[in-house]
Every structure is written in structure tokens, then in C-alpha cells.
Design a protein around this ligand. Structure first.
Ligand code: ZN
Length: 262
């Protein structure tokens, strides 16, 4: 039997593996957000493929003159307005809701995402590590505290941290900016515990995210991927489910619930 072209038996196999695992962690990337109307940066339909990659030293430029960097942010000079609007208007899709349900069932222990759009949290996931930050937050570069944008006064630029007076920037990780150590530490801890990683909508080419499923595979754990295309991870996967997250993940979670008698 097929479901949207995906073999039912593969989905059921994935459900069985997930239920046999002790510690399931999900890793998601840009493909997950496409169905919510957010264009990917890379790949054939990518924003950067169309417009050219932004400067690779964005962080250095910002830090060399934070006041001017902030002004460019606020006037829309730094990021295309259509991109920022797409981020703020986006709503979670059925794939996000399925992963949130998997967490509420007690099966998904943690979710690592490369996405900055907050859609996993909007869907209800609580245990989320955002490798590249969150577009709806600001972050103090000294103490790493994150703040909702509306909590920080932008009357003076650059804004200052209410806790330590350090400089506040966007939480989104800029080109050339190190991934915040606290997030990396969580990703590493969760990968160490993980014996089954479910990847969705990530080409697994961009580090550090690409390294986590490889580590799980190398220590003998299971990899299950959900993606319309063959990825760099495919050769390592126990099961590959070809399709969009919004189509595949809800069916997968239904199969898991049937097996749990829920
Ligand atoms: Zn601070």
C-alpha cells in the first residue's frame, strides 16, 4: 500500500524502530519550513541561489560597527524585507504538529533544528535546541541570555543587556559568528544520549548539524530520514522515507500511536 507515494511498510518499519529506541532525537532543517511558506536559502529554489550568497563575514562587519549594523537591521538593509515578513507570518505545518505530538507522547526527547523561525515552539515542542538561533529573540553576546524582541528597548543602539549591560544582537547566528556554546553543549549532550535520530528536511551538509546524525550512526544507533530527495545521510539511514515532512510525519505518528494503542 502507498500513502502519497510512500510505502506504507516503510512508514510502519520506521514506527517500529522509533518505538524500540530508548532515546529519540529529531534534527530538522530548512525543508521543514518550506511548506510553511519560508523559502530555503540554498538549493535550486534557494533565496541565495537566486540573489547570490550574502557576505560570509556578516558577524565581523556587524561587530566592527554595531550601531550601524543595528541601523541596517532596522531599516531592512541587512535582510530582504520579504524574507523577514515570511518568517514572521509563517505558521507551523502538519509536520511541525506531528513532531510536537511525538514529544507530548513522551517519545521524542529533544529536537535540534537549523531553522530560526520558531515554528517548532509555535507547534508546541518544549525541548528545542536552535543551532542558528531564533529570529524572534535577541541575545546578549556576553552572558548569552535570550530576550523576546519586545523586551529590549531599541531607543539607543546597540541595545544593552538588562542583566549584565553587555551588547545585545539578534539571536540569529550571523555568517562567521560562532554557534553559541550553550546550544552546542545541549546538541552534543542529546546526541550522546540518542540511539535513534529522526531527520526531516535537512540535507545534512552544513556543520555542526551534519555531524550529529553521523555520530549516532557511527556508534551503532538508528537513523530515519524524511526527505523528498536523496541526501548525504541516505547511505547511513536504516529507513529513508521519501516525501515532504508535512505529508510523511503525520502518517508516521499515526502509525506510532496505533502501535501504542492510542
Ligand atoms: Zn548579558
Amino acid at each position: 500500500m502507498e500513502h502519497n507515494g510512500i510505502l506504507e511498510k516503510d512508514i510502519d518499519k520506521a514506527a517500529e524502530l522509533i518505538l524500540s529506541a530508548k532515546y529519540v532525537v529529531a534534527l530538522t532543517g530548512a525543508g521543514m519550513s518550506v511548506e510553511s511558506g519560508i523559502r530555503p536559502f540554498r538549493g535550486p529554489d534557494g533565496l541565495w541561489t537566486e540573489r547570490g550568497e550574502p557576505p560570509m563575514d556578516g558577524f565581523r562587519r556587524f561587530m566592527s560597527d554595531p550601531k550601524s549594523g543595528w541601523e541596517k537591521l532596522l531599516t531592512g538593509e541587512l535582510y530582504p524585507t520579504e524574507l523577514v515578513e515570511a518568517f514572521f507570518n509563517a505558521k507551523p505545518n502538519p509536520g511541525h504538529h506531528a513532531l510536537a505530538e511525538l514529544e507530548s507522547l513522551g517519545i521524542l526527547k529533544y529536537l535540534i533544528t537549523q531553522n530560526v523561525d520558531n515554528l517548532h515552539r509555535d507547534a508546541g515542542n518544549k525541548n528545542v535546541a536552535e543551532i542558528h538561533g531564533n529570529i524572534r529573540k535577541l541575545r546578549c553576546i556576553d552572558c548569552n541570555t535570550r530576550f523576546p524582541i519586545e523586551e529590549i528597548s531599541l531607543a539607543e543602539l546597540p541595545p544593552r543587556c538588562p542583566k549584565c549591560k553587555g551588547m545585545v544582537k539578534t539571536d540569529g547566528v550571523m555568517f562567521g559568528e560562532p554557534i553559541p556554546q550553550d546550544v552546542l553543549r545541549i546538541c552534543q549532550q542529546e546526541t550522546d544520549k540518542c540511539d535513534c535520530m529522526l531527520t526531516a528536511g535537512t540535507t545534512a551538509l552544513i556543520y555542526p548539524a551534519a555531524g550529529f546524525p553521523q555520530e549516532v550512526s557511527h556508534k551503532g544507533g538508528m537513523l530515519i530520514e524524511v526527505d523528498p530527495y536523496v541526501t548525504a545521510l541516505t547511505p547511513m539511514c536504516t529507513v529513508s522515507l521519501r516525501g515532504k515532512g508535512g505529508d510523511v510525519l503525520p502518517v508516521l505518528v499515526e502509525h506510532i500511536k496505533v502501535r501504542m494503542n492510542k
